[in-house]
Design a protein around this ligand. Structure first.
Ligand SMILES: NC(=O)c1ccc[n+]([C@@H]2O[C@H](COP(=O)([O-])OP(=O)(O)OC[C@H]3O[C@@H](n4cnc5c(N)ncnc54)[C@H](O)[C@@H]3O)[C@@H](O)[C@H]2O)c1
Ligand SMILES: O=C(O)[C@H](O)[C@H](O)COP(=O)(O)O
Length: 373
């Protein structure tokens, strides 16, 4: 069995070498001719999987994407061809939530904001929006959820309208890119509702670039609007609207989900899905392959407060690292290479935090840091 996999899938060889002959490929360069020989095709978001790609392949039995987003997959086509499909829902949701938290910590420090006094509007209350809400709740930060689909499906959480969450101090977008259905997300933020935002607000996009009209946003910023932008995803990647970069507070190359755990969980989830498809008992887990983090243990000797939070979050992940790399190296390296060469980032769970015996709060562990054994 020939298993074709994106070269940017961490631990792909470790997980799949026992299941067949492995053939790596560069995500944006997979052609119908190359793909014609695949029995199994494992991609990431930069490979569009559709009839154009698979028309010459009569043997393929399984397609997987080691990502949360599926807007690059023509699922109707795969279904018509009776080709099994799996994505990796939630695989890097924690990674994105920790990206957003790092950005908030950095901006609070930069503008002397009191994080716990801010309101956060979360658009999309699925895996990622929910992980973010849990971290905000741990910090006592008031958040509002907008997710009309979940609300209509009977999710019992409190939901707010899009108009309401767009009035929050911080707006964080966590929706899939969709163009059909009752609530399409393409240009969900457009010239009209962008213009209603105020200078004091912070807008974070770490879902898909096309959810926001980037040209309308650039025009607004060029007119002097003070809206603060945390921008990880861009329309038309990798050929992004570069004039927008100078108008952002934090700009990164679609790496919010790029913690080592987040990317690797995507590989593991496809391994489990393929084993199920092949009716093979899985015998490998991610824990066998994940290396220890550079910093694995922190002991806090005093009462936990916002200063300690700031230090703890930035110790594990300071988003300014990725912002600096992006601004300095985008033109020399290119968008895709910045992502391919992304330096290791671990999640909070890789670090054990010990608190004083008489600790009055357990915020670090509610944020996702590990408990001492
Ligand atoms: N930047 C990154 O590295 C990165 C990482 C992971 C995911 N993503 C993107 O973020 C998206 C969301 O991730 P997730 O894990 O939360 O997915 P998810 O499918 O678990 O949740 C998405 C939620 O959005 C809701 N939704 C859909 N359309 C909406 C609309 N118009 N208004 C409000 N809510 C709407 C859905 O009902 C769902 O609950 C992914 O589809 C992917 O495109 C980006
Ligand atoms: O959809 C996802 O999981 C994220 O957007 C993820 O960051 C995609 O990463 P890529 O497949 O482009 O490497």
């Amino acid at each position: 069995m020939k298993i074709y996999y994106d070269e940017n899938m961490p631990f792909a060889r470790e997980f799949f070498s026992g299941l067949g002959e492995l053939v790596p490929f560069a995500g944006r360069e997979l052609s119908p001719q190359i793909a014609a020989d695949a029995d199994v095709l494992l991609v990431r978001s930069i490979t569009r999987v559709n009839e154009a790609l698979l028309a010459e392949n009569e043997n393929i039995q399984f397609v997987g994407t080691a990502t949360i987003g599926v807007d690059h997959i023509d699922q109707d086509y795969l279904s018509r061809r009776n080709i099994a499909f799996s994505a990796a829902p939630g695989c890097n949701a924690v990674s994105v939530a920790e990206y957003v938290l790092s950005a908030l910590v950095v901006l609070a420090e930069r503008y002397l904001l009191n994080l716990s006094a801010l309101t956060v509007g979360i658009v999309g209350a699925g895996n990622t929006g929910t992980r973010l809400s849990e971290k905000l709740a741990a910090l006592g930060i008031k958040y509002y959820l907008c997710d009309p689909l979940l609300a209509e499906q009977g999710d019992e959480r409190d939901f707010s309208s899009l108009e309401h969450v767009l009035s929050c101090d911080v707006i964080s977008l966590h929706v899939p890119l969709t163009t059909a259905g009752e609530y399409p997300s393409h240009h969900l933020l457009n010239r009209e509702n962008l213009a209603r935002l105020t200078d004091r607000q912070i807008l974070i996009n770490a879902c898909r670039g096309e959810v926001v009209d980037n040209q309308a946003l650039l025009t607004l910023k060029q007119q002097g609007h003070g809206l603060k932008l945390v921008w990880d995803v861009w329309e038309n990647e990798p050929d992004i609207l570069q004039p927008l970069i100078e108008h952002t507070e934090i700009a990164t190359a679609h790496i919010a989900g790029y913690s080592l755990e987040g990317k690797a969980r995507g590989t593991e989830m496809l391994y489990l899905a393929l084993c199920k498809q092949l009716k093979i008992k899985p015998n490998l887990t991610l824990e066998q392959f994940l290396p220890p983090a550079a910093i694995t243990y922190v002991e806090i000797k005093q009462h936990f407060d916002e200063i300690i939070l700031n230090q703890l979050v930035k110790m594990v992940y300071d988003v300014r690292r990725d912002d600096g790399i992006f601004r300095q190296q985008l033109n020399s390296q290119g968008f895709d290479m910045l992502r391919k060469n992304y330096p290791v980032r671990r999640e909070f769970s890789a670090v054990t935090v010990a608190l004083p015996e008489q600790a009055s709060s357990d915020v670090p562990h509610q944020l996702g840091f590990n408990f001492p054994r």
